[in-house]
Design a binder for this molecule. Structure first.
Ligand code: IYR
Length: 227
């Protein structure tokens, strides 16, 4: 049965979604929170291969995120090729070394101490995949016609949030890595002029015996204000 209607000439379809009673909602929301709370940024990866279809599904999930005017202003470059990964590592470490040694403030370095990070990024070669997320500042249509995108940072940030949740759901781990500046990714991956690097996300299994910093999450009363 075709339930599509036209509003001002534009197609609309009925929206159906399950609803739950209060008790069910409490249980579901607690379960979801507890599951998400187990996600951690991981820097020690195993080189164990991950099937490409898993990555493809994770990216399908990420790409369901809402975006300004539904422009979906993102490109996910999936890097599996060891040679490309090693070029990315080399370029990222060059920038990171400069950042750690000369660009980052003392306060910043102090803030990072609990995470014990440094300029060395072996995970960029060890993780089976690097997902390099690009934001599209604008769209390039055939004939080099430029079309605007809207709320690009918000949109791509949301897609990355979905992406991290999908990675966690698949039983894999990731790191939201931001080597700065990231322009080298545009050149190395030969991206078009309308794309800007947004995040570099290694994905894979955690290395066995991985430790992560013992972090406290803010309590609800520190992040929520009820009016
Ligand atoms: N980009 C650097 C530094 C860094 C910055 C922040 I803010 C972090 O939360 C973690 C690291 C790096 O990846 O090491």
């Amino acid at each position: 049965m075709n339930t599509e209607i036209l509003i001002d000439g534009y197609p609309f379809i009925p929206y159906t979604h399950p609803t739950y009673n209060d008790k069910e909602m409490i249980v579901r929301s607690v379960d979801f929170y507890q599951w998400l709370d187990q996600r951690r940024s991981v820097r020690d990866f195993s080189d164990k291969p991950v099937p490409l279809p898993v990555i493809e599904n994770i990216l399908r999930a990420a790409s369901t995120a809402p975006s300004g005017a539904h422009k979906q202003p993102w490109t996910f470059c999936v890097v599996k090729d060891p040679l490309v990964k090693s070029k990315i590592r080399e370029a990222a470490e060059k920038e990171e070394k400069e950042s750690y040694e000369n660009r980052m403030s003392n306060e910043w370095l102090e803030d990072l101490k609990p995470l014990q990070t440094d300029w060395k990024k072996p995970f960029l070669e060890i993780a089976p995949y690097l997902i390099v997320v690009f934001k599209k500042a604008y769209d390039l249509k055939p004939g080099n016609i430029k079309r605007n995108n809207y709320y690009v940072n918000e949109s791509v940030g949301l897609a990355c949030g979905f992406l991290l949740a999908a990675i966690h759901h698949a039983g894999l781990v990731a790191l939201t890595h931001t080597p700065s500046p990231m322009n080298f990714l545009t050149t190395l991956l030969g991206r078009p002029e309308n794309e800007r690097p947004f995040l570099l996300i290694p994905v894979g299994y955690p290395h066995e015996n991985t430790y992560v910093p013992k972090l406290e999450r803010k309590k609800l009363n520190e992040v929520m204000v009820l009016y």
